[in-house]
Design a protein around this ligand. Structure first.
Ligand SMILES: [Fe+2]
Length: 269
């Protein structure tokens, strides 16, 4: 006999996301991750007109030897376009965190229509994401972000997050604290810098305050991100609604039966 509808592991991982605001786990599909990284290195090499490197990890970590801050955005755009043209990218990206996404979000999901790449060169202050909550920019609070490093990240080569409890307290008093740089000063001591080795994936609550600062390591950071939400959640933003920004990915048979159901007709008015 059972007293809980959720399994023990589902309860544990849900508690972790609710308390810490994030979950880091080994990917469910390591060969898929390796293919994604290989494809990104290929796109970068094609853009830079160079041969595929013998050590892809070293190539990514040291991309700042080949690209300047000024040329970085055109590389990022070439990768964004190239990878999002591939029909296997989104299903494979989803497969990396599939089991956790099913436990944390649900088994009928909608996924952002694009996967976004981010590259941060050492000491580059031109592409920073200041401390923020995604909900400030019109995202639904019913979502998580799946964030994937393509190289191992830690410290300021990675991103930071503030716990849900502390984020809530800060957001509540935002008016009194002032602008976002002041918020960063206030919460700096409480931020958690996420150590994520290659082969692991992060799922986080983007209503928690998060962001990055200047990457003070000697290596470049490469990451991908994409949002997931339950198929049947409120879509309050006109811009970020289901059918355009979010697309259904795991619609189940009972939902299809419901959608296809036709009311009895033929009655006279
Ligand atoms: Fe964000």
């Amino acid at each position: 006999m059972l007293q809980s509808f959720l399994t023990e592991s589902e309860v544990a991982i849900s508690q972790k996301l609710l308390e810490d605001g994030y979950v880091i786990s080994p990917v469910d599909n390591l060969p898929g991750l390796n293919e994604i990284r290989k494809m990104i290195v290929e796109l970068a090499c094609h853009h830079l007109k160079i041969d595929y490197p013998s050590d892809p990890e070293h190539f990514l970590n040291h991309i700042h030897d080949l690209v300047t801050v000024e040329n970085l955005n055109s590389l990022r755009l070439a990768i964004f376009r190239g990878m999002n043209d591939l029909s296997w990218l989104r299903p494979t990206y989803f497969s990396l965190g599939r089991s956790n996404l099913f436990s944390l979000v649900g088994n009928e999901l909608a996924m952002q229509n694009r996967v976004n790449p981010s590259i941060q060169l050492p000491m580059d202050n031109s592409s920073l994401l200041d401390i923020h909550s995604d909900i400030f920019s019109g995202e639904t609070p019913f979502q998580v972000v799946q964030w994937l490093p393509l190289v191992s990240v830690s410290g300021k080569k990675s991103m930071f997050i503030l716990s849900p409890e502390k984020s809530k307290a800060v957001v509540k008093n935002l008016k009194d604290i002032g602008d976002m740089p002041s918020v960063y000063e206030v919460v700096q001591q409480d931020l958690k810098w996420l150590d994520i080795p290659y082969g692991h994936v992060l799922i986080f609550d983007s209503s928690c305050l998060h962001g990055n600062v200047v990457n003070d390591s000697l290596e470049s950071r490469w990451s991908l991100n994409c949002r997931f939400t339950g198929l049947f959640t409120p879509y309050t933003s006109y811009e970020k609604k289901l059918g355009s920004f979010y697309l259904p990915i795991t619609t189940r048979a009972a939902t299809k039966i419901g959608i296809r159901y036709v009311e009895p007709g033929g009655f006279k008015e």
